[in-house]
Design a protein around this ligand. Sequence first.
Ligand code: UN1
Length: 523
Amino acid sequence: MSERKKFKVTYSTLASPDPLLHQYYDEAVADAKANFGKIYPLFINGEERFAAKTFAKHSPVNLDWVMGHFQYGSEQDVNDAVAAAKAAFPAWSGRPWQERVEIMRKAADLISDRLFEMGANMSLEIGKNRLEALGDVEETADLIRYNCDAVAKNNNFNFQLLSESEKHHNRSVLKPYGVWAVISPFNFPGALAGGPAGAALIAGNTVILKPATDTPLTAWFLTECFRDAGVPAGVFNFITGSGRVVGQTLIDHPDVAGITFTGSYDVGMHIIRTFAQGRYPRPVIAEMGGKNPTIVSKKADLDKAAMGVMRSAFGLQGQKCSACSRVYVHADVKETFMSKLLDLTRQINVGDPTIKENWMGPVANKGAFEDYQKFVADLRAAGEIVHGGETLQIEGLDGYYAAPTIVDHLPLDHYLWKHEMFLPIVTVTDFEELDDAMAMANDVEYGLTAGFFSEDDAEVQWWLDNIEAGVLYVNRASGATTGAWPGYQSFGGWKGSGSTGKAAGSFYYIQQYMHEQSQTIVD
Ligand code: UN1
């Protein structure tokens, strides 16, 4: 067989892919289906383990498809994994950083090698369309590479300090904390599991990964990549199961030294509060959602604005913390903007996301599907649904399909202007003064991403100076508020969107997995 072509996918190169990319993906979907129904283990101390109970992972694309049977990890499994990770910490953290970086670069390459297999399974696992699924896999590998580079460029953050005299030798070093827990969400099952786990490992911590119950399979593939790259037994552990048992046991465990959580505000705040009950403070890197606004000025290019909003409101069915869920558009241009947004939205095909023509797949699970119906009822009662607002039957599939939904004339004091829905629903209103739009945009508990459309430089600068969010995009048609890529955009939230003020995929991320030590030696 001839050598297969290698692809480098990013979210911004998704538009014009090679036909071969589609062929490889289609083949991988067939393989993924042939593998339905397998039994997957926990991975603790380098060994596969099977629990007393398992759960079936059904595809939201078609509930008849059981992608696999996964273990319900118990409290004992968590305790054993923490003990294994604690025992493995001295050797792993004691290795030269170059060795950890070498192993993790290999892990990133193994993830890239499995791009199509992991992408196809991810589409089926969580309903992500083919290009976004491939993007997520490659983003995972790139986050790991970025953090390897960060350590390598900075000599593992080992710096000389000023010294009082020639006899003083003063340095600052960063050292890992110990056992690190990663609790990852369903929406980016690669990047938001492998990114943080990779950073923790590169920094020299040992890790326990607890993936979202909806996305155990992608996390299992990551586990295989770490194992196959040579991450030693006990250094990386994988436990599936419920948040109530596995997640809570990890959070409560006194030997867990730090945690990365990505998910809802409520759970994130619960973790931060629980962690604060310990004997001393421990780091929590929490990324907790968004209610991301886009402001469209009367000086905007409305084609760019409509495209950017459509892509960010409805990509991955609106289930991104970075999704655009609120639009403030100048009254003078609202009608034109709305008609362009409607035109684009009407062209979206919803269905099996492994099929090339379908840009939207199902929502993640029953809870999301029910939420959609409840929110739509509330929105219909208070405002006007100008597009969507209904669940969809797709022939031959029993899945959680919901139409992209645009809402107008929702009273500004309605709770859904502030509550994160995490669904393909966007609310739009008009404004007369840019200052009023800014006040509304900032009047939420969240501050993750934000978009602005204007062709006027002074307006752009004003927006950059005043918007309260961690990730800003101006005039970005490929995504008004979504689509950060490691090294191209840092990604982290302000206010209720993030706990540390430092973002992923940029200069200050991996340092959060280490504490600083000053070392003064006097001759
Ligand atoms: C998330 O929305 O949950 O910027 C994470 C983006 C992706 C990551 C989003 N790189 O849209």
